[in-house]
Design a protein around this ligand. Sequence first.
Ligand code: IPD
Ligand code: CA
Length: 258
Amino acid sequence: MDLHEIIVMQDIIELLKRTKPFVENRERASHIKVKGPADYVTKVDTDIQNFLAKELGRLAPEIQFMGEEEGLHEMSGDTYWILDPIDGTTNLIHDYQHSVVSLGLYDKGEITLGVIYDPYRGDVYYAQKGKGSFLNGNPIHVSDAAALDETIISIGTSPYDRELAEENFKRIQRVFDKSQDIRRTGTAALDLAYVACGRTGGFFEPRLSPWDFAAGMLLVTEAGGRVTNFAGEPLNLLKRGGVVATNGKVHEELMGLL
Ligand code: IPD
Ligand code: CA
């Protein structure tokens, strides 16, 4: 069975858009639980995860489900959804208005579908393996910057792993020195979407989880860019690790500074 015959991209997009009222619920966002150092979950996160787990199960009952709020656990099948119900939970708590819903489809060792929904701007970024990347129905491409001094680079601080900070802030300084400027959105999924549509030339963060990068990595590669770990190797889709995503042209230069 070809999964992409049973999954209709438009159905997935419409489903993700139905999470907007959850994100707008400031009362639910004030119910906060601490998961770890500087790591929080709100009732908005869990409401969205429960809603999408149920609705995705209805759309495609044969596909299993893995969500951030269940953590990383062994999946028995070959195919499952990887969901980050809110990427940018700290932003959500502070009403910083940079948080997205990120959904990837893992199928036999690769990500074959990715959708990132930005409820604040009403934007939907999506990609399917071999079919290109799109923003609200229009094709998107990575930037054509040939060097770091022609572009801006977004960075992640891996806030839950503070032992990585000292080395990472040194990297950020080096990249700042060679690029036009650096940015920090507070949502890795949106950072990857911005690389895919050419707003930034690249993004790096020393440790992310599969739900943070699953959809975004496909968006970047389908938009013509490159995604690796900090050693320049393909990402392990089932483990936490560093992520470097660029338009391809500045990848080596950026890697040389990390
Ligand atoms: C976090 C965001 C943030 C990144 C962290 C992620 P969460 O995801 O993507 O930008 O710096 O490493 O864990 O916890 O808000 O889903
Ligand atoms: Ca996340």
